[in-house]
Design a protein around this ligand. Structure first.
Ligand SMILES: Nc1ncnc2c1ncn2[C@@H]1O[C@H](COP(=O)(O)OP(=O)(O)OP(=O)(O)O)[C@@H](O)[C@H]1O
Length: 622
């Protein structure tokens, strides 16, 4: 063979570690850069349009101030300057005084222009936000889909759903509402200050003295609230998990009369979640009211000091009104800046939670060989394979097992003896780093194959059949892309579905609800067997797939498997001896070890677990 599997395994291990240590996104900025592809243009346009809207907002106070000072008042119009240019262009102060509708129309015109720009900015922002959130959801879902089973077993589905919905929404709102208005806020602050400085330097410095107070206070608040947001988001994930678990397991809850218990569990977790939000809202209320107080103080000071300066003739009445307007324009963006900083905590927490998923290492589906050449007599072999889900407790120990092409192999053993785990290892659904020993397919270490191509060689009927909402036919054909109706019909017959289909009005086109709720356990199992058969894979694994079938149906399906599918390699896990008695070889598992193997006849003649089970189930003594 010439392949040193031990060396290959250690090299692969090194590579895997390197990949694990390298997150996909080094930080929030690189994550946002990646997710903003396709929507960045819209957000840039939004920022530019917001900046234009901010500029237009600054015009009206100037128009009003000029009218008060030069048209209504007695101030002398300067020779130069943009205001003088416009006043002269419209016929001079006297003409405008007689036609006062001119400045009124100008104010309305500027207002309309500002509204038009704001509309365009809003439209561009919405388009960008929807594109951004669509890409984020798509990449997140596609990535989650590629994560290994071990990852899915470790992370509760409810929490992951919450990250993919609520956290995504938080990030979208932050990017579209806060981040895009950032440019506008900065521009409004700079320009308001510029015009205020032109009117009076001392008063501007007093007004601007409040900016570092508000920004510093917001930064302090931002550092305090971040952890509480994280706790609240985690608690929301717990609440989502309970709802999801209860809806999925509603039958069990009802059957065991656990409604009150589950309701209490929900109420407790919901209480924790609510309390965290009450705490957040309390901190937010303090933050906002303190912000209001500081801003109010600033406005009051500017109004009083401005009035004093106006009385002393240090500034004109028009300039005083313009200054107060610009100051109002300054306080709003400064407060918004504080809000943006505060919202940064929440968005930062949500980005971290999303990045946890995005930085989890996916399965390398296409690495490895796509070539399958028979290099050994054994199609499948386990050589001294041990496995543990966590350190120190082996679920499988020193498993040696061989399956030749076309053989039907039975596996029997007590509950928890490791039967399903063994087939999960074979189909590479477990954390492969925890596997010791070698598993080979066609004589080569299974890790040498591309995961996608390797898994295509197997068809596994799960212990707990899962049906998607759709028709029975759709569920049978789920594993194949181009499947004919004849193939589906034939597989349904082979899985003994023909009898029950006659009882449904729409036959195979009968719609089964979510998770197949409208079917009985046995019907679901037969659908799953049909789906397993239709794939026509090299190896069919039936994991306790006959457990809900009556003896007659069990026998009928078995007969079909042995006769019609005689060339197909099968691994049949069962608790009933009759289901596996006809197998070419049977492996007996006990506490994760193969304690015996042989044909049914060989095993019942030997003292051991198999004979004990046989005697118990058949009621005969050997
Ligand atoms: N994802 C997991 N994480 C941790 N332990 C697990 C996991 N899955 C299974 N186990 C443990 O591994 C052992 C073997 O489980 P496995 O499902 O392989 O047994 P089994 O022989 O198929 O049982 P049964 O006949 O009841 O289906 C059990 O002790 C089980 O608790």
């Amino acid at each position: 063979m010439g392949i040193n599997c031990g060396k290959l395994r250690s090299n692969q291990g090194d590579n895997m570690k390197k990949t694990e240590n390298r997150p996909r996104f080094a930080g929030k900025a690189s994550f946002l850069r990646y997710e903003l592809k396709g929507s960045l243009g819209f957000f840039v346009a939004t920022m530019l349009l917001s900046a234009a809207a901010a500029l237009t907002e600054l015009i009206n106070p100037r128009i009003i101030s000029c009218v008060i000072d030069y048209v209504i008042g007695n101030e002398v119009l300067p020779e130069n300057g943009i205001e003088s240019f416009f006043i002269r262009s419209f016929g001079g102060t006297e003409y405008i005084g007689k036609h006062i509708y001119i400045p009124a129309l100008a104010v309305i015109g500027v207002g309309l222009l500002s509204a038009g720009i704001k509309y365009l900015s809003g439209a561009s922002n919405s388009a960008g936000a929807e594109k951004f959130v669509k890409r984020l959801r798509n990449t997140l879902y596609a990535h989650t889909d590629k994560l290994p089973m071990a990852w899915h077993q470790k992370n509760p589905a409810g929490d992951m759903i919450q990250r993919c919905t609520s956290d995504v929404e938080t990030v979208k709102n932050f990017v579209s509402a806060q981040l895009t208005s950032f440019v506008r806020i900065i521009l409004l602050i700079v320009l308001s200050m510029f015009f205020m400085l032109k009117i009076n330097v001392r008063l501007t410095l007093i007004a601007a003295g409040f900016i570092p107070i508000i920004v510093g206070y917001s930064l302090f608040f931002h550092s305090r609230i971040g952890k509480t947001f994280m706790k609240a988001d985690n608690e929301e994930g717990v609440v989502s998990s309970i709802v999801q678990e209860n809806l999925t397991g509603i039958r069990v809850v009802r059957a065991f009369g656990k409604e009150a218990y589950e309701c209490d569990r929900f109420i407790t977790k919901n209480e924790n979640y609510t309390m965290l939000w009450v705490r957040i809202m309390r901190i937010l209320s303090i933050f906002w009211s303190m912000g209001d107080f500081i801003s109010g103080l600033q406005v009051m000071l500017v109004v009083i000091l401005g009035a004093v300066l106006c009385v002393k003739d240090d500034i004109t009445a028009g300039n005083y009104i313009a200054f107060v307007s610009y100051n109002a324009m300054l306080t709003w963006p400064v407060r918004e800046l504080g809000r943006t900083i505060a919202d940064l905590s929440r968005a930062g927490v949500s980005i971290d939670r999303i990045m946890y998923i995005m930085n989890s290492v996916p399965e390398e589906l296409d690495a490895g060989s796509k070539e399958f050449k028979e290099e050994s007599d054994a199609l499948i072999s386990f050589e001294k394979v041990s496995f543990s889900y966590k350190d120190g407790t082996d679920v499988l120990t020193d498993i040696d097992l061989e399956v030749k092409k076309g053989e039907k192999i039975g596996i029997i053993g007590g509950t928890g003896s490791g039967k399903s785990t063994l087939t999960d290892l074979l189909t590479r659904l477990c954390d492969e780093d925890r596997v010791r020993g070698v598993i080979k397919f066609m004589g080569r270490d299974i890790r040498e194959y591309s995961l996608t191509d390797y898994r295509r060689r197997f068809s596994k009927v799960q212990q707990e059949p899962f049906l998607f909402s759709g028709t029975i036919a759709e569920n049978i054909g789920i594993s194949c892309e181009n499947i004919s109706r004849e193939q589906i019909d034939s597989a349904a017959r082979d899985a003994a579905l023909d009898g029950i289909i006659d009882t449904f009005t729409n036959g195979l086109d009968t719609y089964v609800g979510e998770r197949g709720v409208t079917l009985s356990g046995g019907q679901k199992q037969r659908c799953a067997i049909a789906a397993g058969l239709v794939k026509n894979a090299d190896v069919l694994i039936l994991d306790d797939s006959f457990s809900a079938l009556d003896a007659e149906t069990d026998e009928r399906i078995r007969k079909t498997l042995y006769e019609k599918y005689s060339g197909m390699t099968m691994i049949i896990i069962a608790h009933r001896i009759t289901t596996i008695a006809g197998c070419d070889r049977i492996y007996v598992l006990d506490k994760g070890r193969v304690t015996d193997h042989g044909t049914h006849q060989e095993l019942i003649l030997r003292k051991g677990i198999y004979r004990d089970i046989y005697e118990l189930q058949s009621g005969r003594q050997i």
